[in-house]
Unconditional design. Sequence first.
Length: 406
Amino acid sequence: MSENAIPLSGPLFQADPMRAYRDMRRDHGPVAPVVLEGGIPAWLIIGYREVHQVATDPVLFSRDSELWNQWENIPDDWPMRPMIGRGQPSILYTVGERHTVRAAMISNALEAVDPFALKRYAEEFADELIDRFCASGRTDIIADYSALLPARVLAKIFGFGDEVIAPLVGAINDLVNGNERAFDGVQFLGSSMHQLLTDKHAESGDDVVTRMLQEPSGFTDEEIIEDLMVMMTAGHQPTADWMGNSLRLMLTDDRFAASLSGGRHSVAEAMNEVLWEDTPTQNVAGRWASRDTHLGGRHIRAGDLLVLGIAAANSDPQVRTDGFTLTGGNNAFLSFGHGEHRCPFPAQETAEVIARTGIEVLLDRLPDMDLAVPADQLTPRPSPWLRGLTELPVRFTPTPALGGQK
């Protein structure tokens, strides 16, 4: 690994990640040496074609974390252990035919969700959340809305009862925020999923968990619980950030001002632009080289960790020759990944319905919503992995709560 390896953290990644990626591309090309927390070496793949190549070749660039040549240097309390699991029986680290079957089980369970019911749940939960603050004239969209909505809808379609949803959402946010309650959040999420499977074994329903249990694929309850935890956390936080980043764009860019009076086309455009320019999933760890190879002019050793630079690849000037031109309806971004380990298409559709419905309902209810602070005071979370705001304070004309009545 190069002596010029770059720490994959720091204020530049928080304040201006696109500049960080441009500097890395200038100095290192499409594959840059980086160090993770604790001085652990890795490669950050920032070229679009190189990310595409790595994601498309699951044999040479495996998802099997057991291949990692750094495990002997990884302490038990390493902060990134939750992101790079070892011996974790979830779909994230399953490879080959077993992964294909497992991915099909998840896709089938999500694809069978009634799209009208999904949108109705999103609308009902959105209205319920807005009712809590609509009379005050001010709120923080992140804490009071976008950080709560996706997990609520996902919990509903998974089959959780209404009484479990609120504490479950709190546990998920504790987990993804990595605060002092993160371990308790993981424990609560795991125990809740275990209880849900027990309940569905006893009495099935029209829900995602029941359909996964009915798949004749031979997966154990432990494997299904692990997959449900991945589905819940991976489905919640990026969707919440997608909502927050899209609303930030609409509230700070004059091109989207008309949408604040209910324009639907502008909502879709803002969401698409965010996936190109400000994607919630910035970097993904990872893939592991199964043998010595070369990539982007670099010698990659067997067992090296490769981090997929999704945001950097989306802005690669080799494929974005008109880098400052808006991408419109072009969906060639890598924000949902690529290859056999990409986000399943039904999961993408679910996230889009939740995010778009949440934004539309908010704009319908609070049409004169505006930023309550200068735009330059909006602060992203200090993370090189997920891109989202710490808060999005807004003000609006107070309106009465619907109270369940439309």
